[in-house]
Write a protein that binds this ligand. Sequence first.
Ligand code: AMP
Ligand code: MG
Length: 487
Amino acid sequence: MRAAATTTLTFEGRFARDFEELAVPWRAEEAPDPQLLVLNERLAVELGLSPAGLRTPEGIRQLIGNLVPEGATPVAQAYAGHQFGGYSPILGDGRALLLGEVTDVHGRLRDVHLKGSGRTPFARAGDGLAVVGPMLREYLVSESMHAMGIPTTRSLAVVGTGRPVRRETMLPGAVLTRVAGSHLRVGSFQFARVNGDTDLLRRLADHAIGRHYPAAAKAAQPYVAFFDAVIAAQASLVARWMLVGFVHGVMNTDNMAISGETIDYGPCAFMDAFNPGAVYSSIDQGGRYAYANQPLIAEWNLTRLAEALLPLLHEDQEQAVALAVESLGAFRGEYSAAWLDGMKAKLGLGADAQNDVASPLAVDLLAMLEKGDVDYTSFFRSLSSAARGTTEDARAHFVDPGPFDAWVERWRALAPEAEVMDRTNPAYIPRNHLVEEALAAATAGDMGPFNRLVDVLADPYTDRPGLDRYAGPAPDDFGSYRTFCGT
Ligand code: AMP
Ligand code: MG
């Protein structure tokens, strides 16, 4: 435990020092008029930082890398990646920087990272910048995921830069200060592999094991154990997304974190009506990253990770492939088990409920929700009342409640527990129409709706009076929702 909160960020610079091949020392662009739009005070305290200190002009300049503590080396990280299935050997942080690592009050090493901090050598045609709306969007959605207990990168602050940015129109610029277990991605390993540098690959894997999967170091085959641990973390993560109706939207291999945290909130969205084919991203025209495809895509990405890790798995390539295939074979079972455990909790059933009873019960329910265009989140929330004996609210979601009534009989026979459901099914999620409303107001200079929404989402499992408008689906005139990437 650190003794007292400090106003100065101190960074360990471990990645910059240990991975020169992957780290280009770089400086954030100077913001002409930095204004703090939102600060995550609880996260600041967790990092051992003083919120009051971060609110000073000096603190704000530190938050966006315009004031760099002595000895710190901000770097742009190199990585490769498959984007929509196509391979790019060099992507890297085009508009982002790793300021360095800090040790939080629990003794955990966390990355502090900037998004929207100006062009880097990886910027290609991009302007290196970010705008207020999408950065606040990442803040809102990542903090909501955290409040629901889903592993994710965190958001420490969003600072308006005072610099207009050209998009379809001119928009206010911003920098997001992001905190993560690490920014190692599947693409980081792909980068090390494509350059044929097995030493780098090994050091990278050792670093990842040290930070995220220390138990793997003690295994008989540490790199196989490491790969198994990443597979397990992703199986569990994607199951959590599916259970809350989250569509990441751009599951490229550079957007999949080795830590098992949700990372890179771009065109993501939560679905209202249950729809396996839900796609929100304007650039995902083939529906590659549709809701129901996410587990398959995670498995595909892990296969790309396996290819990158082969030289570490075994010196004989054939044996390395055999080991990778065996490890990958666990993904589907792990995913299904995590999903079914989560679904049991959503239905108020104990982990000891029979799988061959719970599984068809869940599948039949989802089919009814899909057929009836039923709002996923509010339906599950209303099901608690049904467990308590009042089916009205849940029934009201169906035009023809007949099949639902029959389903309720089967479900009630398993004695569902309403309290478990209340703790599992969120009442408040970042619904698209609420997010858009908050971001539009913020872009026009009014942070009120955003701050209120952040407060509501911070406590997703407690119904509070007066918050009805946050708990229901979009009004009919909201239309079909599209999200935009790279903004
Ligand atoms: P993303 O889809 O946001 O994960 O980004 C994919 C790649 O494009 C990464 O290498 C980003 O750093 C880069 N990139 C995205 N937007 C910009 C931008 N405005 N300027 C420079 N690079 C960008
Ligand atoms: Mg990315």
